[in-house]
Design a protein around this ligand. Structure first.
Ligand code: SAM
Length: 286
């Protein structure tokens, strides 16, 4: 019997996923959440918060690239971005690959950021030391109440709608995000794995629709977000932005000089808005 230790993810009620722990690098309770960082031979360093895998070295680009480059290249004239959450720095890293963009990042738990900087340096890749990044430690749902008409893109890179992240899935938060956006700005957000968490996109669509002209979802695939496709929320008043043509996206992609990516491509951008029938069926319930 191998004496291997296993990390058991406890996000889903009837499904458990386990990852071999080759080495625990850090385990502690912050002021807000339980945190563990461990090494796994397949996925590299793995960060979990409150029993849920947040990010891994091997597959994090599948999530961070799609949540960042898709809205930025669709919008085409982004000056200011707001990140809510994003403590590991992956989203900030990807935003800062774009020239002439200022990034504000509002993270609840400074422990996550300090810790990721030290133990997961490839995720932030010095983003936290970049002068174009303003890092604020505050509850994101408070921050968006205090700012109007300021950000072209808001990226909500939160934990799941349990515990401290729950406030980032409310209608009030989405309304405040709308006020925080410039005209035609885009709010994108992580919306779980519909095969196992279908209620998330139902609730989000219901809560965003009163405040945005175009509420839809696009998809990515992240191996350690168990259950198949992950949906990303898309909300904006500019109903054209989700259907920008491939040639325009390719031109903007080239101009941005994004040549070190591992998941995002202009073709993948376009394809990500096409959803499989079971997800369309879930959304019909709204
Ligand atoms: N980027 C990772 C990924 O690849 O999915 C996961 C997300 S990141 C670790 C989630 C962050 O959201 C955490 O750092 C957590 O502290 C932060 N967070 C949770 N609730 C928050 C809130 N109400 N306001 C701001 N940040 C919050």
């Amino acid at each position: 019997m191998s004496n291997k230790k296993w990390y058991k993810e406890t996000l889903h009620e009837n499904v458990r996923v386990e990852y071999a722990i080759d080495n625990v690098l850090f385990q502690d309770k912050t002021q807000h959440q339980d945190m563990i960082l461990f090494e796994n031979k397949t996925f590299g360093r793995m960060l979990a918060l409150d029993g849920v895998i947040q990010t891994t070295q091997k597959d994090e680009p599948c999530y961070h690239e799609m949540l960042t480059h898709t809205p930025i290249l669709a919008h085409g004239n982004v000056k200011n971005i707001l990140i809510i959450g994003g403590g590991d720095g992956g989203i900030a890293r990807e935003c800062l690959k774009h020239k002439n963009i200022n990034v504000t990042m509002v993270e609840l738990d400074s422990y996550v950021t300090d810790f990721s900087k030290k133990h997961l340096p490839t995720l932030s890749n010095d983003a936290f030391d970049n002068e174009k990044l303003e890092l604020i430690f505050q509850d994101g749902c408070e921050f968006v109440k205090q700012h109007n008409n300021k950000y072209d893109i808001i990226i909500v890179d939160s934990t799941d709608p349990i515990g401290v992240g729950e406030v980032l899935f409310t209608e009030e938060f989405y309304k405040d995000c709308k006020n925080c956006l410039t005209e035609g700005g885009i709010l994108v957000s992580q919306q779980g794995v519909p095969m196992l968490q279908g209620d998330e996109i139902i609730n989000t669509k219901r809560r965003q629709q009163p405040h945005f002209a175009d509420v839809r979802f696009y998809k990515t695939a992240v191996s350690t977000y168990f259950g198949g496709f992950m949906t990303l929320g898309w909300a904006t008043d500019n109903i054209e932005l989700h259907k920008i043509d491939l040639q325009t996206i390719q031109t903007r992609f080239k101009q941005a000089g994004l040549n070190d990516l591992q998941y995002y491509t202009p073709n993948e951008h376009i394809a990500s808005f096409s959803l499989p029938q079971f997800i369309l069926n879930i959304l019909k319930k709204v």
